[in-house]
Design a binder for this molecule. Structure first.
Ligand code: GDP
Length: 296
């Protein structure tokens, strides 16, 4: 992830440190190149603008060109602004609510909702010793509920027994009740997706949210779709309300524009990254580590 951007930014910033003294023109030129590199990485235009403005203002404020190590100072400022753009602090999944804590997974078809549900359930079980029950609320695709059951067996997580003919809301209520009666800490609700956003999908999500009262609503978005993923997150947030984002397929995303724009555009944190098809290919999103990765 970020290979292209990382290479370019490192090149631009290395150029600055090698020069020793810097003029204002040198800094402006470098920032123009930073701007271009961010746009090529598919970062949203508004985010690029505000990024470059922030770096410029701080560089002026810190009187960078008169300092002893101007290049180093610019790098430090770029690093700080990157971390802020990415969201400052890591935001883990919040389970601070009376059990069973419901986590609702939303997103388009094929984004990785079902896979990510099983990955999260596995992680909460293994690392946080929670008892997790998973339920598929996807009654549109006949194979969806079975797919979750198969993944559940694979990772050793219980799934709600399938009863044909129930509505998503009925399944959500049954999951909550089963989790409560059987002493589960967490219930993961894997909802149905569509190939694109439509009113019926949003209405269904709102209805499930009302019935299940989830503590977390995580949008699962494919990072390869770049700015579409960001617009999708904004749409879901406006219509349903989300608490965080899981960005999947970052293993194939050399640009990283979605990851860089997501927080600034939606105001919602990226909580996790999907980094592969395997069940342990899930990473916490640490803005400082990502910034390090970008700046090399
Ligand atoms: P859903 O329709 O949103 O539930 O999507 P699925 O969970 O069925 O995932 C669709 C496909 O994407 C599957 O083949 C997954 O193995 C794959 N997938 C999910 N997450 C990732 C990821 O982070 N990286 C990669 N490379 N593949 C993923």
């Amino acid at each position: 992830m970020f290979e292209g951007l990382s290479e370019k930014l490192s090149g631009i910033l290395d150029g600055l440190t090698r020069r020793g003294t810097l003029s204002e023109e040198d800094v402006n030129l470098a920032l123009r190149e930073v701007r271009r590199a961010l746009l090529e990485a598919d970062v949203a235009l508004d985010v690029v603008r505000s990024f470059v403005d922030k770096v410029k203002n701080r560089a002026v404020g810190a009187n960078v060109v008169k300092s002893v190590t101007p290049g180093q100072m610019v790098i430090k400022i770029v690093n700080d602004v990157l971390i802020e753009t990415l969201g400052s602090d890591a935001q883990p999944i919040d389970l601070d609510a009376p059990p069973p804590v419901a986590i609702m997974m939303v997103g388009l078809q094929g984004a990785g909702k079902t896979t990510t549900s099983a990955k999260i359930a596995k992680r909460l079980t293994e690392l946080q010793k929670r008892r997790v029950l998973m339920a598929s609320l996807d009654v549109k695709r006949p194979a969806a509920q079975e797919q979750l059951a198969v993944l559940g067996r694979q990772v050793g997580i219980d799934t709600l027994p399938i009863i044909a003919g129930q509505t998503p809301v009925q399944i959500a209520k049954r999951a909550e009740e089963a989790a409560r009666l059987q002493g589960y800490d967490v219930v993961m609700l894997d909802t149905a997706g569509r190939t694109h956003i439509d009113e019926a999908l949003m209405a269904e999500m709102v209805e499930i949210k009302r019935a299940a009262n989830p503590h977390e609503i995580l949008l699962v978005a494919d990072s390869l779709t770049g700015q579409d993923a960001v617009n999708l997150a904004k749409n879901f947030d406006d219509r349903v309300g989300i608490t965080g984002i899981v960005l999947t397929r970052v293993d194939g995303d050399g640009r990283g524009g979605a990851a860089l724009s997501m927080r600034a555009v939606t105001g919602k944190p990226i909580k996790l990254l999907g980094t592969g098809e395997k069940m342990d290919a899930l990473e916490d999103f640490h803005p400082n580590r990502i910034a390090n990765r970008i700046l090399g």
